[in-house]
Design a protein around this ligand. Sequence first.
Ligand code: ADP
Ligand code: MG
Length: 249
Amino acid sequence: TGINFDVYDDIPVETSGRDVPLEIRTFEECNPPLPAALYDNIRRCGYTKPTPVQRYALPIGIAGRDLMACAQTGSGKTAAFCFPIVASMLLVGYQPQGRGSRKAMPFSLILAPTRELTSQIHEEARKFCFRTGIKPVVIYGGAPVVNQLRELERGCDILVATPGRLSDLIERGRIGLSGVRFLCLDEADRMLDMGFEPQIRRIVEQEDMMPAGQRQTLMFSATFPKEIQRLAGDFLANYVFLTVGRVGS
Ligand code: ADP
Ligand code: MG
């Protein structure tokens, strides 16, 4: 596991969009700088320099821009969206929700297709949130809902979810999305392959969800077929388009 930087040095990267923020070579070059707590956690994870997708996605995310990023598996996408999420929560002085609420109202929402992927993102997010007070929670189908509800009641600032379980708990009134300022769709192409498009649209286009342009939205996908292009057009505002490596459609 881990990143083989040698194979990355001459990887082709393309960006398009209006006023694309400049890429970084080191984590120290972020502007505004990464909050100290996050920076410490990055070091604790042993990350010494950003991967190509991170070099471009971090300044874009931290500048508050929407992003459509296409990059292969294993390129470091999790940190590419988690760092801007955690950084912006800390920079705006976000106050963690704390325990005791029957209805979870996350500030950030990350959607991914499977139990395995949401669990991995949750594990990474926990490391990046260490000592920040920000609490990530994961929910997915095929597992008892009681434990997940208990975690939600302990406070939920970043919610990592599969579309099915999320829809279910929204319907039960246990999760509300009116506070979501930061939305991320990871492995968007796989979510569509698995037939989640109607559910995702119902979630993102529901009335109490902040519209594109008022929230910040990041989308990640390995491929860029027509359906993803349409979704990006509907979910993103004034976005930067980023491709790392060769991407099929
Ligand atoms: P992807 O989502 O693109 O498939 P991941 O985010 O799962 O990739 O990252 C792949 C692996 O690389 C993980 O083990 C992760 O911890 C590691 N990794 C990510 N970014 C860095 C970095 N900047 N330096 C070292 N390792 C990294
Ligand atoms: Mg991933």
